[in-house]
Ligand binder design. Structure first.
Ligand SMILES: [Zn+2]
Length: 365
């Protein structure tokens, strides 16, 4: 799988091969079909799809795994990013730890079950676009709703060293554009200066961040907002008629990223003396499930690691109890090896996940 490039298109470059998940989707489809799955495809974006493999089990229970097929870019990588070499009991290459490893483990477990029937129904979901705007996971949630299918237990794959993760903040990113009037800098009163307007906006977001710091904390702490970039002006002697400005807002449980996007546009319009419009970049809600949930406790027991929360975002945000009654994030290897110049996963971690999944699926005790 590492040898099948699947760089998320927004991060494609000269070294990335054919960008997107299409070749992986084709390969996964063949694998799932040869293992006896009923395979469904969901078009999410042009040329980019989610692949669903359904296996019928002996109970009414539905288990599921969401594994994203795309990877981050490879331009910064040392050596051949797609060689998939095995060295020092590690598998190297882009996607090895983030997160083709879990897909490999799932396919091997299904291949090696030696005709043993599955105790429970199983959905293997290979999703797209996680590393860009995360549009694959909400599409899968829609697909589940359309079929009236609620998964009893869903594991979202990310490198967690096989610990169960039960929460992370969400994120809302917005870009504002301020519209002014250009003029000669000797006559500023004839222009409308978007940089001084943006300065007022920056202070308003700073005040908003201070307000958030006074709120009582949620199980994932407090929301934060930061001004992250500002671009404006065309010359030292011109009143700037356009300025762009981005913010990054971390979202906590109980908040809706899309409601926040609306509220923050209002805040920006209120604070700015000049017209403002906004573009949303990422709208991801927080993911939080109580660590006492039976599924989380079982996996914690088996892996010998306590449930934890993480600072980064995953596909888990898209699944509410309506689509996944219980949900956690788990995968082999460490996030420290993801997205870097060298990426690898330890084979002992793959073995550990295989043992955990075999117990979870009821293939071993
Ligand atoms: Zn990932």
């Amino acid at each position: 799988m590492v040898r099948i490039p699947s760089v998320t298109p927004a991060q494609a470059g000269p070294r990335s091969g054919t960008p997107g998940e299409a070749r992986m989707a084709q390969w996964v489809t063949q694998q799932l079909q040869s293992l006896g799955a009923q395979v469904h495809h969901q078009q999410v974006l042009p040329g980019r799809q989610n692949v669903f493999g359904l296996f019928t089990g002996q109970s009414q229970k539905w288990l599921g795994v969401d594994i994203h097929m795309d990877t981050v870019g490879v331009e910064q990588m040392q050596g051949d990013p797609f060689d998939g070499r095995i060295e020092n009991d590690r598998v190297y290459g882009r996607g090895s730890v983030d997160t083709k490893a879990t897909l490999a483990v799932c396919l091997e477990l299904l291949r090696n079950r030696a005709g043993k029937p599955l105790p429970h129904n199983l959905l293997i979901a290979a999703t797209c676009d996680e590393e860009d705007a995360a549009r694959g996971a909400p599409a899968m949630a829609h697909w589940l709703k359309d079929r009236n299918l609620t998964l009893d237990e869903l594991a979202v794959a990310e490198p967690t060293l096989c610990a169960p993760i039960h929460g992370h903040k969400g994120v809302m990113r917005q870009k504002y554009r301020l519209h002014g009037v250009a003029a000669h800098s000797s006559r500023p009163e004839l222009g409308k200066n978007t940089i001084t307007a943006a300065a007022k906006l920056a202070l308003a977001f700073d005040a908003e961040n201070q307000r958030l710091a006074q709120l009582s904390p949620t199980p994932l702490g407090r929301g934060t907002v930061a001004v992250t970039t500002i671009h404006g002006g065309v010359g030292i002697n011109v009143i700037p008629d356009s300025t762009e400005f981005t913010i990054d807002r971390r979202v906590v449980p109980g908040e809706s990223a899309s409601d926040l996007a609306d509220q923050y546009l209002q805040l920006a319009r209120h604070a700015s003396p000049l017209p403002v419009d906004a573009e949303n970049y990422l709208l991801i809600d927080a993911f939080y499930r109580p660590p006492q949930d039976d599924f989380i406790r079982r996996i914690a027991d088996w892996s010998g690691q306590a449930p934890a929360t993480v600072p980064y975002c995953t596909n888990a945000w898209a699944y509410t109890p309506a689509t996944a009654r219980q949900c956690l994030i788990i995968g082999p290897g460490s996030i420290d090896q993801a997205h870097g110049a060298v990426e690898w996963v330890e084979i002992t971690q793959l073995q550990k996940l295989a043992d955990l999944y075999a117990r979870w699926w009821g293939l071993s005790s």
